[in-house]
Design a protein around this ligand. Structure first.
Ligand code: NGS
Length: 403
Protein backbone atom coordinates (compact mmCIF):
# COMPACT_ATOMS: atom_id res chain seq x y z
CA UNK A 1 0.00 0.00 0.00
CA UNK A 2 1.39 3.42 -0.94
CA UNK A 3 1.36 6.50 1.32
CA UNK A 4 -1.05 8.25 -1.07
CA UNK A 5 -3.61 5.44 -1.01
CA UNK A 6 -3.48 5.23 2.81
CA UNK A 7 -5.01 8.71 3.17
CA UNK A 8 -8.23 10.25 1.85
CA UNK A 9 -8.55 12.24 -1.45
CA UNK A 10 -8.31 15.63 0.33
CA UNK A 11 -5.07 14.66 2.13
CA UNK A 12 -3.72 13.13 -1.06
CA UNK A 13 -4.14 16.46 -2.92
CA UNK A 14 -2.24 18.19 -0.10
CA UNK A 15 0.51 15.63 -0.19
CA UNK A 16 1.02 16.23 -3.94
CA UNK A 17 1.15 20.03 -3.36
CA UNK A 18 3.80 19.61 -0.65
CA UNK A 19 5.87 17.33 -2.92
CA UNK A 20 5.63 19.84 -5.79
CA UNK A 21 6.80 22.64 -3.45
CA UNK A 22 9.81 20.59 -2.31
CA UNK A 23 10.83 19.87 -5.94
CA UNK A 24 10.47 23.58 -6.85
CA UNK A 25 12.53 24.61 -3.82
CA UNK A 26 15.31 22.16 -4.78
CA UNK A 27 15.40 23.44 -8.39
CA UNK A 28 15.61 27.05 -7.15
CA UNK A 29 18.41 26.18 -4.73
CA UNK A 30 20.43 24.45 -7.47
CA UNK A 31 19.94 27.46 -9.79
CA UNK A 32 21.07 29.92 -7.11
CA UNK A 33 24.14 27.87 -6.24
CA UNK A 34 25.24 27.54 -9.89
CA UNK A 35 24.89 31.31 -10.24
CA UNK A 36 27.17 31.89 -7.28
CA UNK A 37 29.81 29.50 -8.67
CA UNK A 38 29.61 31.12 -12.10
CA UNK A 39 30.14 34.63 -10.81
CA UNK A 40 33.12 33.83 -8.60
CA UNK A 41 36.17 31.78 -9.24
CA UNK A 42 37.23 30.04 -6.08
CA UNK A 43 40.86 29.47 -5.25
CA UNK A 44 41.98 26.99 -2.65
CA UNK A 45 45.17 25.30 -1.54
CA UNK A 46 45.01 21.65 -0.63
CA UNK A 47 47.30 18.64 -0.25
CA UNK A 48 47.33 15.32 -2.05
CA UNK A 49 49.85 12.74 -0.86
CA UNK A 50 51.88 15.45 0.79
CA UNK A 51 52.11 17.62 -2.34
CA UNK A 52 50.46 21.02 -2.18
CA UNK A 53 48.19 22.00 -5.06
CA UNK A 54 46.13 25.03 -5.85
CA UNK A 55 42.60 24.67 -7.14
CA UNK A 56 40.58 27.09 -9.18
CA UNK A 57 36.96 26.85 -10.20
CA UNK A 58 36.38 27.59 -13.85
CA UNK A 59 33.66 30.10 -14.64
CA UNK A 60 30.91 28.76 -16.88
CA UNK A 61 32.76 25.51 -17.34
CA UNK A 62 30.44 22.73 -18.55
CA UNK A 63 31.54 20.49 -15.68
CA UNK A 64 32.20 23.38 -13.26
CA UNK A 65 35.30 21.52 -12.16
CA UNK A 66 38.54 22.59 -10.57
CA UNK A 67 41.91 23.05 -12.21
CA UNK A 68 44.73 21.63 -10.14
CA UNK A 69 48.26 22.94 -10.33
CA UNK A 70 51.29 22.32 -8.16
CA UNK A 71 51.95 25.24 -5.85
CA UNK A 72 55.71 24.79 -5.87
CA UNK A 73 57.08 25.98 -9.18
CA UNK A 74 60.59 25.79 -10.58
CA UNK A 75 62.85 28.76 -9.93
CA UNK A 76 62.65 31.45 -12.60
CA UNK A 77 66.16 30.75 -13.83
CA UNK A 78 65.60 27.00 -14.05
CA UNK A 79 62.15 27.44 -15.54
CA UNK A 80 63.38 29.24 -18.57
CA UNK A 81 66.53 29.89 -20.52
CA UNK A 82 68.44 27.26 -22.45
CA UNK A 83 71.76 25.72 -21.54
CA UNK A 84 73.84 28.33 -23.25
CA UNK A 85 71.75 31.16 -21.86
CA UNK A 86 72.64 29.90 -18.36
CA UNK A 87 69.38 30.90 -16.71
CA UNK A 88 68.72 34.35 -18.12
CA UNK A 89 65.15 35.63 -17.86
CA UNK A 90 64.25 34.64 -21.42
CA UNK A 91 65.65 31.85 -23.57
CA UNK A 92 68.23 33.19 -26.05
CA UNK A 93 66.47 31.37 -28.82
CA UNK A 94 63.23 33.17 -27.97
CA UNK A 95 64.88 36.59 -28.05
CA UNK A 96 66.24 35.80 -31.47
CA UNK A 97 62.93 34.60 -32.82
CA UNK A 98 61.02 37.55 -31.52
CA UNK A 99 63.47 39.93 -33.14
CA UNK A 100 62.95 38.23 -36.49
CA UNK A 101 59.17 37.99 -36.12
CA UNK A 102 57.84 41.02 -34.32
CA UNK A 103 54.76 40.15 -32.29
CA UNK A 104 51.45 40.84 -33.99
CA UNK A 105 47.87 40.68 -32.87
CA UNK A 106 46.44 37.80 -34.75
CA UNK A 107 44.77 34.48 -34.20
CA UNK A 108 45.27 31.28 -36.06
CA UNK A 109 43.24 28.10 -36.18
CA UNK A 110 45.73 25.40 -35.39
CA UNK A 111 43.40 22.48 -35.53
CA UNK A 112 40.14 21.99 -37.24
CA UNK A 113 38.28 18.82 -38.04
CA UNK A 114 34.77 17.45 -38.04
CA UNK A 115 34.65 17.23 -34.26
CA UNK A 116 36.24 20.43 -33.20
CA UNK A 117 38.34 23.38 -34.10
CA UNK A 118 40.24 25.68 -31.83
CA UNK A 119 42.00 28.96 -31.95
CA UNK A 120 45.23 29.94 -30.30
CA UNK A 121 46.54 33.43 -29.95
CA UNK A 122 49.74 33.75 -31.98
CA UNK A 123 50.97 37.12 -30.92
CA UNK A 124 49.98 40.14 -28.94
CA UNK A 125 50.59 43.73 -29.97
CA UNK A 126 50.99 44.66 -26.29
CA UNK A 127 53.59 42.01 -25.60
CA UNK A 128 56.41 43.33 -23.49
CA UNK A 129 60.09 43.10 -24.26
CA UNK A 130 61.25 39.46 -23.78
CA UNK A 131 63.84 40.53 -21.24
CA UNK A 132 61.15 41.99 -19.00
CA UNK A 133 58.37 39.59 -19.89
CA UNK A 134 56.14 38.67 -16.94
CA UNK A 135 56.14 35.11 -15.67
CA UNK A 136 53.19 33.12 -16.94
CA UNK A 137 50.30 32.89 -14.49
CA UNK A 138 50.21 29.89 -12.16
CA UNK A 139 46.90 28.89 -13.74
CA UNK A 140 47.15 28.98 -17.53
CA UNK A 141 44.18 31.14 -18.53
CA UNK A 142 43.33 29.45 -21.85
CA UNK A 143 42.67 25.94 -20.60
CA UNK A 144 39.38 24.43 -21.69
CA UNK A 145 39.14 21.36 -19.44
CA UNK A 146 37.90 18.25 -21.25
CA UNK A 147 39.18 18.14 -24.84
CA UNK A 148 37.76 16.42 -27.90
CA UNK A 149 40.22 13.80 -29.11
CA UNK A 150 40.67 13.25 -32.82
CA UNK A 151 41.94 9.87 -33.95
CA UNK A 152 41.86 10.87 -37.62
CA UNK A 153 44.49 13.51 -38.13
CA UNK A 154 45.32 14.91 -41.55
CA UNK A 155 48.53 13.91 -43.35
CA UNK A 156 51.75 14.76 -41.52
CA UNK A 157 52.59 17.63 -43.91
CA UNK A 158 49.23 19.20 -43.12
CA UNK A 159 49.74 18.78 -39.36
CA UNK A 160 53.19 20.37 -39.66
CA UNK A 161 51.66 23.30 -41.48
CA UNK A 162 48.98 23.74 -38.83
CA UNK A 163 51.57 24.09 -36.08
CA UNK A 164 54.35 25.86 -37.97
CA UNK A 165 53.47 29.28 -36.53
CA UNK A 166 53.57 28.01 -32.98
CA UNK A 167 56.46 25.54 -32.93
CA UNK A 168 60.15 25.90 -33.32
CA UNK A 169 62.01 23.16 -35.22
CA UNK A 170 62.55 20.15 -32.99
CA UNK A 171 58.98 20.27 -31.68
CA UNK A 172 59.50 23.08 -29.19
CA UNK A 173 56.57 25.16 -28.05
CA UNK A 174 56.57 28.02 -25.57
CA UNK A 175 54.31 30.91 -24.66
CA UNK A 176 54.93 34.09 -26.61
CA UNK A 177 53.67 36.67 -24.14
CA UNK A 178 54.98 35.43 -20.83
CA UNK A 179 57.96 33.60 -19.43
CA UNK A 180 57.18 29.90 -18.95
CA UNK A 181 57.44 28.58 -15.41
CA UNK A 182 58.63 25.14 -16.54
CA UNK A 183 61.07 23.77 -19.09
CA UNK A 184 59.76 20.34 -19.91
CA UNK A 185 61.13 17.49 -22.02
CA UNK A 186 58.45 15.09 -23.23
CA UNK A 187 60.19 11.76 -23.86
CA UNK A 188 58.34 9.21 -26.00
CA UNK A 189 59.89 5.73 -26.36
CA UNK A 190 59.05 4.58 -29.86
CA UNK A 191 59.28 1.93 -32.55
CA UNK A 192 57.17 1.35 -35.68
CA UNK A 193 53.95 3.09 -34.62
CA UNK A 194 53.84 5.92 -37.17
CA UNK A 195 50.06 6.42 -37.13
CA UNK A 196 49.89 6.43 -33.33
CA UNK A 197 52.69 8.98 -33.25
CA UNK A 198 50.88 11.29 -35.65
CA UNK A 199 47.67 11.02 -33.62
CA UNK A 200 49.57 11.75 -30.40
CA UNK A 201 51.31 14.83 -31.84
CA UNK A 202 48.09 16.17 -33.34
CA UNK A 203 46.30 15.92 -30.01
CA UNK A 204 49.14 16.70 -27.60
CA UNK A 205 50.63 19.89 -29.07
CA UNK A 206 47.47 22.01 -28.64
CA UNK A 207 47.16 20.87 -25.02
CA UNK A 208 50.79 21.71 -24.25
CA UNK A 209 50.59 25.09 -25.99
CA UNK A 210 47.59 26.06 -23.89
CA UNK A 211 49.46 25.04 -20.73
CA UNK A 212 52.05 27.79 -21.34
CA UNK A 213 55.03 25.56 -20.63
CA UNK A 214 58.31 25.68 -22.55
CA UNK A 215 58.45 22.14 -23.90
CA UNK A 216 60.16 19.97 -26.47
CA UNK A 217 58.96 16.57 -27.65
CA UNK A 218 61.69 13.94 -28.04
CA UNK A 219 60.81 10.76 -29.94
CA UNK A 220 63.39 8.14 -28.98
CA UNK A 221 63.26 5.34 -31.54
CA UNK A 222 64.88 1.97 -30.96
CA UNK A 223 66.79 0.76 -34.00
CA UNK A 224 66.73 -2.89 -35.06
CA UNK A 225 64.47 -5.78 -34.15
CA UNK A 226 65.77 -6.95 -30.80
CA UNK A 227 63.25 -6.75 -27.96
CA UNK A 228 61.97 -3.29 -27.12
CA UNK A 229 63.50 -1.69 -24.04
CA UNK A 230 61.16 1.12 -23.04
CA UNK A 231 63.09 2.00 -19.88
CA UNK A 232 66.44 2.30 -21.60
CA UNK A 233 64.94 4.53 -24.31
CA UNK A 234 63.61 6.84 -21.60
CA UNK A 235 67.07 6.96 -20.00
CA UNK A 236 68.50 7.91 -23.40
CA UNK A 237 65.79 10.57 -23.81
CA UNK A 238 66.78 12.10 -20.49
CA UNK A 239 70.50 12.18 -21.30
CA UNK A 240 70.06 13.47 -24.85
CA UNK A 241 67.44 16.09 -23.91
CA UNK A 242 69.84 17.59 -21.39
CA UNK A 243 72.36 18.06 -24.20
CA UNK A 244 69.74 20.23 -25.92
CA UNK A 245 68.60 22.41 -23.05
CA UNK A 246 68.32 22.86 -19.29
CA UNK A 247 65.08 20.96 -18.79
CA UNK A 248 63.90 20.84 -15.21
CA UNK A 249 61.05 18.42 -15.77
CA UNK A 250 60.73 15.15 -17.72
CA UNK A 251 57.47 13.57 -18.83
CA UNK A 252 57.80 9.95 -19.95
CA UNK A 253 54.95 9.34 -22.36
CA UNK A 254 53.66 6.23 -24.12
CA UNK A 255 52.91 6.87 -27.78
CA UNK A 256 49.40 5.41 -27.51
CA UNK A 257 47.99 7.59 -24.71
CA UNK A 258 45.97 10.71 -25.50
CA UNK A 259 45.15 13.24 -22.76
CA UNK A 260 41.45 13.96 -22.38
CA UNK A 261 41.74 17.08 -20.23
CA UNK A 262 44.16 19.98 -20.55
CA UNK A 263 44.04 20.72 -16.81
CA UNK A 264 46.31 17.69 -16.40
CA UNK A 265 49.39 19.90 -16.39
CA UNK A 266 52.57 18.59 -18.00
CA UNK A 267 54.74 19.87 -15.19
CA UNK A 268 56.66 18.36 -12.28
CA UNK A 269 55.32 18.92 -8.77
CA UNK A 270 57.34 18.24 -5.61
CA UNK A 271 56.96 14.49 -5.90
CA UNK A 272 57.15 12.19 -8.95
CA UNK A 273 53.71 12.20 -10.55
CA UNK A 274 51.87 9.38 -12.24
CA UNK A 275 49.80 11.22 -14.84
CA UNK A 276 47.74 8.54 -16.63
CA UNK A 277 45.55 7.82 -13.62
CA UNK A 278 42.30 7.05 -15.44
CA UNK A 279 42.56 5.25 -18.81
CA UNK A 280 39.55 4.15 -20.84
CA UNK A 281 41.11 0.68 -21.27
CA UNK A 282 40.96 0.24 -17.47
CA UNK A 283 37.44 1.70 -17.28
CA UNK A 284 39.03 4.92 -15.95
CA UNK A 285 40.16 3.18 -12.78
CA UNK A 286 43.67 2.85 -11.42
CA UNK A 287 44.62 -0.83 -11.96
CA UNK A 288 46.85 -0.90 -8.83
CA UNK A 289 48.15 1.65 -6.34
CA UNK A 290 51.83 1.69 -7.34
CA UNK A 291 51.42 1.79 -11.12
CA UNK A 292 53.84 4.27 -12.68
CA UNK A 293 53.52 3.33 -16.38
CA UNK A 294 51.81 5.13 -19.24
CA UNK A 295 52.56 8.80 -18.62
CA UNK A 296 54.67 9.91 -15.67
CA UNK A 297 56.55 13.03 -14.61
CA UNK A 298 59.82 13.39 -12.71
CA UNK A 299 62.05 16.36 -12.12
CA UNK A 300 65.63 16.30 -13.38
CA UNK A 301 66.92 15.93 -9.81
CA UNK A 302 64.48 13.14 -8.87
CA UNK A 303 65.41 11.15 -11.97
CA UNK A 304 69.12 11.57 -11.28
CA UNK A 305 68.61 10.70 -7.59
CA UNK A 306 67.02 7.31 -8.40
CA UNK A 307 69.62 6.61 -11.14
CA UNK A 308 66.95 6.69 -13.86
CA UNK A 309 65.17 3.52 -15.01
CA UNK A 310 66.69 0.07 -14.83
CA UNK A 311 68.23 -1.14 -18.11
CA UNK A 312 67.51 -4.84 -17.65
CA UNK A 313 63.86 -4.92 -18.75
CA UNK A 314 63.84 -6.13 -22.39
CA UNK A 315 60.31 -6.86 -23.65
CA UNK A 316 57.01 -5.80 -22.07
CA UNK A 317 56.38 -5.11 -18.40
CA UNK A 318 57.97 -4.42 -15.05
CA UNK A 319 60.23 -1.42 -15.76
CA UNK A 320 57.69 1.05 -14.42
CA UNK A 321 57.15 -1.05 -11.28
CA UNK A 322 60.91 -1.06 -10.76
CA UNK A 323 60.85 2.75 -11.01
CA UNK A 324 58.05 2.88 -8.42
CA UNK A 325 60.33 0.83 -6.13
CA UNK A 326 63.24 3.21 -6.78
CA UNK A 327 61.04 6.19 -5.96
CA UNK A 328 59.99 4.69 -2.62
CA UNK A 329 63.51 3.51 -1.75
CA UNK A 330 64.75 7.08 -2.12
CA UNK A 331 62.19 8.55 0.27
CA UNK A 332 59.94 9.94 -2.48
CA UNK A 333 56.39 8.94 -3.27
CA UNK A 334 54.07 8.81 -6.26
CA UNK A 335 51.61 11.70 -6.46
CA UNK A 336 48.53 11.92 -8.67
CA UNK A 337 45.98 14.44 -9.86
CA UNK A 338 42.33 13.49 -9.40
CA UNK A 339 40.96 10.85 -11.76
CA UNK A 340 38.41 13.21 -13.34
CA UNK A 341 41.31 15.29 -14.72
CA UNK A 342 44.15 12.79 -15.24
CA UNK A 343 42.19 10.98 -17.94
CA UNK A 344 43.54 9.34 -21.11
CA UNK A 345 42.35 7.31 -24.05
CA UNK A 346 44.54 4.45 -25.21
CA UNK A 347 44.97 3.62 -28.89
CA UNK A 348 44.61 -0.08 -29.57
CA UNK A 349 47.65 -2.09 -30.59
CA UNK A 350 49.08 -5.60 -30.52
CA UNK A 351 50.64 -6.28 -27.14
CA UNK A 352 54.38 -6.93 -27.17
CA UNK A 353 55.88 -10.15 -25.88
CA UNK A 354 56.09 -9.95 -22.09
CA UNK A 355 59.43 -10.32 -20.41
CA UNK A 356 59.28 -13.69 -18.59
CA UNK A 357 61.99 -12.55 -16.16
CA UNK A 358 60.27 -9.36 -15.04
CA UNK A 359 59.07 -10.61 -11.65
CA UNK A 360 62.48 -12.06 -10.88
CA UNK A 361 64.14 -8.73 -11.78
CA UNK A 362 61.64 -6.82 -9.70
CA UNK A 363 62.41 -8.97 -6.68
CA UNK A 364 66.16 -8.47 -6.94
CA UNK A 365 65.87 -4.87 -8.21
CA UNK A 366 66.91 -3.14 -5.00
CA UNK A 367 70.41 -4.60 -5.21
CA UNK A 368 70.89 -2.91 -8.58
CA UNK A 369 69.41 0.57 -7.94
CA UNK A 370 72.85 2.21 -7.62
CA UNK A 371 74.58 0.38 -10.47
CA UNK A 372 71.83 -0.24 -13.05
CA UNK A 373 70.38 2.84 -14.69
CA UNK A 374 71.91 6.13 -15.83
CA UNK A 375 75.25 5.04 -14.40
CA UNK A 376 75.71 2.07 -16.77
CA UNK A 377 73.61 3.22 -19.73
CA UNK A 378 75.19 2.31 -23.07
CA UNK A 379 73.86 3.27 -26.45
CA UNK A 380 74.82 4.60 -29.81
CA UNK A 381 73.02 7.60 -31.25
CA UNK A 382 72.55 6.45 -34.87
CA UNK A 383 70.70 9.57 -36.03
CA UNK A 384 69.17 12.78 -34.77
CA UNK A 385 66.93 15.27 -36.55
CA UNK A 386 65.04 18.34 -35.49
CA UNK A 387 61.74 17.97 -37.30
CA UNK A 388 58.85 20.39 -37.18
CA UNK A 389 56.78 18.45 -34.66
CA UNK A 390 59.50 16.71 -32.62
CA UNK A 391 63.16 15.97 -32.15
CA UNK A 392 63.88 12.49 -33.46
CA UNK A 393 66.57 10.32 -31.93
CA UNK A 394 67.41 6.96 -33.48
CA UNK A 395 69.17 4.82 -30.94
CA UNK A 396 71.05 1.55 -30.98
CA UNK A 397 70.80 0.05 -27.51
CA UNK A 398 73.58 -1.96 -26.02
CA UNK A 399 72.68 -4.50 -23.36
CA UNK A 400 74.41 -3.36 -20.16
CA UNK A 401 77.55 -5.22 -19.12
CA UNK A 402 77.29 -7.17 -15.86
CA UNK A 403 78.62 -5.04 -13.04
C1 NGS B 1 51.58 -4.46 -15.07
C2 NGS B 1 53.01 -4.40 -15.56
C3 NGS B 1 53.40 -2.97 -15.79
C4 NGS B 1 52.41 -2.30 -16.75
C5 NGS B 1 50.99 -2.45 -16.22
C6 NGS B 1 49.95 -1.88 -17.15
O1 NGS B 1 51.19 -5.79 -14.92
O2 NGS B 1 54.70 -2.92 -16.31
O3 NGS B 1 50.72 -3.84 -16.03
O4 NGS B 1 50.23 -2.27 -18.43
N1 NGS B 1 53.88 -5.00 -14.53
C7 NGS B 1 54.40 -6.22 -14.66
O5 NGS B 1 54.20 -6.93 -15.60
C8 NGS B 1 55.27 -6.69 -13.54
S1 NGS B 1 49.36 -1.85 -19.67
O6 NGS B 1 48.19 -2.68 -19.70
O7 NGS B 1 49.03 -0.44 -19.53
O8 NGS B 1 50.22 -2.07 -20.84
O9 NGS B 1 52.69 -0.92 -16.90
Amino acid sequence: MTVASAVGPWHRAHLYKILACIVLALITLQYLLSGVLDRHSIETIFTINGTRYAGHTYKNHPRGLIIYGPVTAASPSAGSGNASAGGTTAPAILVQQRAENPPKTEETTVRGDRNHSETLVVGNANATDPATMPRCPLFPPNLVGPVAISKQPPEIAEVEKLFSARLQMGGRGFPKDCEARYRVAIVVPYRARAQHLLILLYNLHPVLLRQQIDYTIFIVEQEGTVQFNRAMLMNVGYVEALKEGSFDCFIFHDVDLLPEDDRNLYTCPEQPRHMSVAIDKFKYRLPYADIFGGVSAMSREQFRLVNGFSNVYWGWGGEDDDMANRIKAHGLHISRYPANIARYQMLSHKKEKANPKRYEFLKSGKKRFATDGLTNLQYELADKKKLQLYTWLLVKLTPPQPS
